[in-house]
Design a protein around this ligand. Structure first.
Ligand code: DC
Length: 227
């Protein structure tokens, strides 16, 4: 059997990565790994324990002792923090910011990157995040960088939140997302960036079905090349 691919999808918040990655994984029978959820789980734990992020030694010690696991469930993936299912708890705007903040700390990145590399070692994964094509799997057979306009991303995040009964103003979402973009792209360790060789997909105005088709076509071409 030919080796199964690693498909790396990076891009800023709400660019369409998660839904596309999940559906491509479903189509190919691959594992879907949401690395953002892993940073969210770390951010949640630090907040619950009241660990200040300025205390780098305490954050590093916490990260070393923390188990973050993803488990495939019908329709997506569940995230477990030290054995507790935190899939819903990590989806608030406060935890979005906490995740972005804690993701600037190298000890946290080292711990999560090691877990991610272990999950993708045998291929057969669609992994999405900010540094998958640049750091976690720089040799991935398929690398995609998804982007979309800020207004479109805020609109998408607004509908996701409202589907879960959380009201949010469009202008506030825009400024939260823009602040996160700045922090994720500007940080010193593994900033959000297009990986060399990544195919850029601007999803503004694209349907989810079109995004999935595009990535699935790249995967099919990569499979063809490797066989
Ligand atoms: O994809 P997301 O919005 O759930 O990610 C939350 C935060 O986690 C994001 O603002 C930056 C960080 N992150 C990261 O630094 N590296 C990744 N591979 C994934 C997410």
């Amino acid at each position: 059997m030919p080796r199964q691919l690693v498909i790396a999808i990076d891009g800023p918040a709400a660019s369409g990565k998660s839904t596309t990655a999940r559906l491509v994984a479903e189509r190919l029978g691959y594992l879907y790994i949401d690395t953002g959820a892993m940073y969210r789980a770390m951010g949640l734990k630090a907040r619950r324990l009241g660990i200040p992020l300025a205390d780098l030694a305490a954050v590093a010690a916490m990260a070393e002792r923390t188990e973050v696991r993803q488990q495939q469930v019908p329709g997506g993936v569940a995230t477990f923090l030290d054995g507790e299912d935190v899939s819903a708890a990590i989806r608030s705007p406060e935890i979005s910011q906490a995740a972005s903040d804690i993701s600037t700390i190298s000890a946290v990145r080292r711990r999560l990157v090691a877990l991610q590399q272990a999950m993708g070692r045998s291929g057969g994964v669609v992994m999405e995040g900010r540094d998958i094509g640049t750091v976690v799997f720089p040799d991935a057979e398929v690398k995609v960088y998804m982007e979309a306009s800020l207004a479109e991303r805020a609109r998408r995040r607004g509908s996701e939140l409202s589907a879960r009964g959380i009201a949010a103003r469009a202008d506030e979402l825009e400024s939260q997302i823009a602040a996160r973009d700045r922090q994720d792209s500007g940080r010193h360790d593994s900033p959000l960036a297009r990986a060399p060789g990544a195919v850029v997909i601007d999803t503004t105005g694209m349907s989810i079905a079109q995004q999935v088709e595009r990535v699935a076509a790249l995967a099919a071409a990569a499979k063809e090349r490797s066989s």
